[in-house]
Design a protein around this ligand. Structure first.
Ligand code: ADP
Length: 239
């Protein structure tokens, strides 16, 4: 069965006359990394907010495995979706150590289990020796890896990342893209990330979804979308 099924999602903000998303449909397989690419205002953030549960779509279906997050009768709120989130500014707690930041989403586990997960996560992101450091003692790329390990610690079925590279030094971006992809692949978690940068999409994604005015303009593997853009809009994004 398709891991994530999104079908005919539409959404309009209360104070707006146009729909921010129009009949958006998308299938995602387990472990896939999907990039949502589009110009400013194309609906990328709205799509993430709907996937996470911060907004309720006007219509449509979102199913993860055999569980409907959204359908005509169902709306599962944010805290019950078990989705991991990585924000643009990482949103690490400044007064908590790396270890405590990672433990944040697994407070329901006992102490021994928590330590085990923290160790696993630090190994995954190759940062074992940073356990007792504080966020301000880390570089941007390291903070991002900790934000990712915090999101992965509870073992979510899906992680959402909002412009994960926008705050990183341009020189480091290529290296960090590679690292992020490797970490997500090793964790075998499905990931959806939003970006306005074609290079992010090309270097990390298994599948690129191009949004234009709240609609899917094109979906394909990065090469396909890059080399065979189906409209001038898509072609411009890859220029
Ligand atoms: P992107 O993330 O691709 O820049 P958004 O999802 O933020 O795009 O915006 C999609 C559309 O929804 C745009 O037309 C934008 O102006 C509109 N929009 C976004 N947020 C709000 C809001 N809070 N209220 C009203 N309209 C909004």
């Amino acid at each position: 069965m398709t891991h994530i099924k999104i079908k005919d999602i539409s959404f309009k903000y209360d104070n707006s006359k146009d729909e921010a998303l129009k009949n958006l449909s998308l299938d995602i397989e387990k472990g896939e990394i999907v990039a949502i690419l589009g110009e400013s205002g194309s609906g990328k953030s709205t799509f993430l907010r709907i996937m996470s549960g911060f907004e309720v779509p006007d219509k449509g279906l979102i199913r993860v495995d055999d569980k409907n997050f959204v359908d005509d009768e169902t709306y599962i709120p944010v805290e019950k979706r078990k989705i991991g989130m990585v924000f643009q500014d990482y949103a690490l707690f400044p007064h908590l150590s790396v270890e405590k930041n990672i433990e944040f989403g697994i407070s329901g586990l006992n102490r021994k289990e928590r330590k085990k997960v923290v160790t696993q996560m630090l190994e995954l992101v190759n940062m074992k020796e940073y356990k007792n450091k504080y966020p301000h003692e880390l570089s941007g790329g390291q903070q991002q890896r900790i934000a990712l390990s915090r999101a992965l610690a509870p073992g979510p079925s899906l992680i959402l990342l909002d412009e994960p590279f926008s705050n990183l030094d341009a020189n480091l971006q290529q290296k960090i893209r590679g690292e992020l992809k490797e970490i997500i692949k090793k964790s075998d978690t499905t990931a959806i990330f939003v970006t306005h940068d074609k290079n992010d999409a090309i270097s990390i994604a298994d599948k690129v979804v191009v949004l234009e005015n709240g609609e899917v303009a094109q979906v394909g593997v990065p090469d396909e979308v890059h080399n065979k853009p189906n409209t001038a809009y898509v072609s411009n994004l890859f220029r």
